[in-house]
Design a protein around this ligand. Structure first.
Ligand SMILES: Cc1cc2nc3c(=O)[nH]c(=O)nc-3n(C[C@H](O)[C@H](O)[C@H](O)COP(=O)(O)OP(=O)(O)OC[C@H]3O[C@@H](n4cnc5c(N)ncnc54)[C@H](O)[C@@H]3O)c2cc1C
Length: 395
C-alpha cells in the first residue's frame, strides 16, 4: 500500500488551499472528500472582508490575503471570478446608525455610514423605505465553487491525488495516527490533516479525540434564475451570528456538545444576498445552534419563508423568485480564530478547521501553515496564536 506524506480530509476552502500549498512543497498528498454538495464553502457568499483587520496579525493577513486573491486566477490558471464590489451593511429605520459607527471604526478600513438614498445609488434595486441607512466599503468577491475547482485543478497538476470517499475513521497505532479508513479501503500516510469543517469534531470524536470546535446549521435559499441583476453584496450592519457563536461556544456549553442533541441558542436570521456573475443568487441566512449534525427536524418551508421575507422587504425585486433551500454546517472556535496544528497526546494528526469567515485570511494562513508543518516547526507568532493547544493547555 502506498504511504502518502499527507492525507487531507475535506475539500472545502480549508482543505483545498492547504492540499495545494502542501503539493507545492513537493510532498505527496491525497485529498479526500465525501462529495457533499452542501459544504459551507459551496453555500458561501464568497465575500473577502480584506478591510476587517483589527490588530497587527489580522491586518497583515488581510493584506496578504487580498493581494493573493488579486493574482490567484493567474497563479492557478483558472478563473476564481475575483472582483471588488460594494458591500452594503444595512440597518433598520429604527436603528441609530451613529451608535454602530464606533463599532465599525475599529477596522483597518472602516466601512462608512451612508444614507438610504446613497445606498440605493450603489444598489438600485434597494427599497429605501425599508432601511435607515447602511455602512459601505469595497469588498473582495470570488465564486467559491470556481475557487475550489481552481485550487483542485492546480493541485492535480502538481501531482496531488483526489479521492471521492467518506472517511470513516483514523487508523491509530498506539499514540500515532498512520492513516484513514473509508467504507471500502484504508489509506496510509505519514500525517493526516482534518479539514472537514463542521464535521471535524464529530469525525475526531469517533477516534476518541476531543477538540473545542463548534458548528452552526446554516440555511440559504439558492436561485439560479433571476431576471434582475444585483450590484452589491448585502448583509446586516448588526450581525447576530457572532454574538450567538460566543454564547454557544462558552466553556460551560462543552458538555452539551458531546451529549444528546441539544439546541444551545435560538435560531437567528442575518438577512443578506449575493448574486454571482452567472446570475446564481444566494439569499440568507439562518443559523441554528444544534449540537447534532442532523437537519431533518428543520421546518424547511418556514425557514425559506423567513429568509425570503427578510430580503424582499429590502429588495422587492426578489419577491417570488424561484429558489430552493440549502443547508450546511459552518464551524467556529471559541475565540473566533481558526483551530490548527497538532492535536495533544497523539502524533501524526493535525487540525485545520474552525474557519468562520475565511475568504479574507485563509490563503496566507494555509501557505504559512504548510511550510510550518513540513519543516521543524519554527516559531511563528501567527501560527502560535491559532494552535489547538491554546485551549487544551488551559483546560
Ligand atoms: C450562507 C453563508 C455565507 C458565507 N459567506 C461568507 C463570506 O462571504 N466570506 C467568508 O469568508 N466566509 C463566508 N462563509 C463561511 C465560509 O463559507 C466557511 O467558513 C468556509 O467555507 C468553511 O470552509 P471549510 O473548508 O472549513 O469547511 P467546508 O466548506 O464545510 O468543507 C468541509 C468538507 O469536508 C467534507 N467532509 C466532512 N466530513 C467528511 C468525511 N468524514 N470524509 C470526507 N469528507 C468529509 C465535507 O463534505 C466538505 O466538503 C459563509 C457561510 C455561509 C453558510
Amino acid at each position: 500500500m502506498k504511504t502518502y506524506d499527507w492525507i487531507v480530509i475535506g475539500n472545502g476552502l480549508a482543505g483545498a488551499t492547504l492540499s495545494y500549498e502542501l503539493a507545492k512543497l513537493g510532498v505527496s498528498v491525497l485529498l479526500i472528500d465525501d462529495g457533499n454538495l452542501d459544504s459551507a464553502t459551496r453555500c458561501s457568499y464568497g465575500g473577502i472582508a480584506y478591510w476587517s483587520g483589527t490588530d497587527p496579525i489580522t491586518k497583515e493577513l488581510c493584506y496578504q490575503g487580498i493581494e493573493r486573491h488579486r493574482q490567484l486566477s493567474d497563479e492557478l490558471d483558472t478563473t476564481t471570478e475575483f472582483r471588488e464590489l460594494d458591500l452594503l451593511l444595512t440597518f433598520a429605520p429604527d436603528v441609530e446608525g451613529a451608535t454602530l459607527a464606533e463599532q465599525y471604526s475599529r477596522f483597518e478600513i472602516a466601512p462608512q455610514m451612508i444614507s438610504s438614498q446613497t445606498a440605493q445609488e450603489l444598489e438600485p434595486q434597494l427599497n429605501i423605505d425599508a432601511i435607515g441607512g447602511a455602512f459601505t466599503v469595497k469588498h473582495g468577491h470570488v465564486n467559491p465553487i470556481k475557487t475550489l475547482e481552481a485550487f483542485n485543478q492546480a493541485f492535480r497538476k502538481l501531482g496531488g491525488q483526489q479521492l471521492l470517499a467518506s472517511v470513516t475513521g483514523l487508523v491509530c497505532l498506539k499514540n500515532r495516527v498512520t492513516g484513514i479508513t473509508t467504507p471500502t479501503q484504508a489509506y496510509a500516510a505519514g500525517n493526516v490533516v482534518v479539514a472537514a469543517g463542521g464535521y471535524s469534531r464529530h469525525l475526531l470524536k469517533r477516534s476518541h479525540l476531543s477538540v473545542p470546535l463548534y458548528h452552526t446549521h446554516a440555511e440559504i435559499v439558492a436561485s439560479s434564475n433571476i431576471e434582475h441583476s444585483l450590484r452589491a453584496l448585502i448583509m446586516p450592519a448588526v450581525a447576530n451570528r457572532f454574538d450567538a457563536e460566543a454564547t454557544a461556544s462558552a466553556p460551560a456549553t462543552d458538555s452539551l456538545w458531546d451529549g444528546p442533541p441539544h439546541e444551545i441558542a435560538p435560531p437567528i436570521l442575518d438577512t443578506g444576498v449575493i448574486q454571482f456573475l452567472d446570475g446564481t443568487t444566494y439569499i440568507g441566512q439562518i443559523s441554528r445552534f444544534r449540537t447534532d449534525l442532523d437537519a431533518s427536524s428543520i421546518d424547511v418551508a418556514q425557514s425559506e419563508s423567513r429568509m425570503r421575507q427578510g430580503i424582499t422587504a429590502q429588495l422587492p425585486c426578489l419577491t417570488h423568485v424561484p429558489g430552493h433551500w440549502r443547508h450546511c454546517l459552518v464551524t467556529f472556535s471559541r475565540d473566533g480564530l481558526p483551530l490548527i496544528g497538532p492535536l495533544p497526546d497523539i502524533e501524526g494528526v493535525h487540525l485545520f478547521s474552525g474557519f468562520t469567515s475565511p475568504f479574507a485570511m485563509l490563503l496566507p494562513i494555509a501557505q504559512r501553515f504548510a511550510q510550518w508543518i513540513s519543516q521543524e516547526k519554527p516559531s511563528d507568532s501567527l501560527i502560535d496564536a491559532m494552535l489547538v493547544q491554546r485551549f487544551t493547555q488551559t483546560n
